[in-house]
Design a protein around this ligand. Sequence first.
Ligand code: CUA
Length: 329
Amino acid sequence: WRVLSVFALMALLLAGCGDPRLNALTPKGTAGDMQLDLITLSILIMLGVFAVVITIFVYVLIRYRKKKGVTREVKQVHGSTLLEIVWTVIPIILLAILAVPTVQTTFKLAAAQPKTEDALKIKVTGYQYWWEFEYLNANGKRFKTAQELHIPAGEKVYLEIHGKDVLHSFWVPALAGKIDVVPGRVNTMWIDAKQPGKYQGKCAELCGAGHALMDFKVYAHSKGDFDNWVAQQTTPYKPQTVAEKEGEKIFKQNCISCHANPNPKIKGPDLSKFGTRETIAGILSHNETNLKKWLEDPESVKPGARMPKINYLNDQEMKNLMEYLMKSK
Ligand code: CUA
């Protein structure tokens, strides 16, 4: 019963992975499809090995159990060349069955890479504990955003993966496998989403206290919606109301040294067009209550966050700053 309850618990936990936005087993991208075949093959091999081992194990348990009335010591066996050869050769064969398609898929993925000169290119940089996305050639424009990666659906997008502090791993389970984020090294990959939709992204390498919350989202748009998004992101926001203008001043005094400085002491995400985002810090829903919570005590939201507490503004100043941020569309 104990064993059964452990299996039941595992099944329950796995059921939680059913969200198609975060599931490598129901891929929504070409690379994910190719990799799913490998996942399926390795699961089948593992199940085969499991079945054989368990069958032998149960057979031996029953067949050679201690029988009533038998007191003599059973025959002791040491070493068996034949058995040792068998259990060395079988894994070699199984590994070869896995290795051949893995290597083939690796080459297929490389061959399917979009031509860098035509493709939309995005520079992805992992920081503790957030993601920067710099569009290098979106409709001829170059701009930055953070935590939310927007791509055109049905198009292969070329990603340059950079790291600045420690190791991270960029992973959008529904679209493609992981890729390491290594400081001082540029890794490249491509992703596509076949259909418009929203896909969950994760950091997949333990990188510190905020690792589990180093989330991001991928939004795949129809071509027209993507073009509109690019146009919106590249049209500067001008504060309109008095509150927004006051908020802009507070922003310039308190935030800009990390959030819009080419050589900051602590690098923070680019916040232009913050008002168009769906999340705060990649994890909270985008509303004033959460913004206030984040500004006043970032570490209560994301442990290890390097942003200082903005808890020294008076109520009016805080209100203006939030007005400026929420309206920057
Ligand atoms: Cu970054 Cu884990």
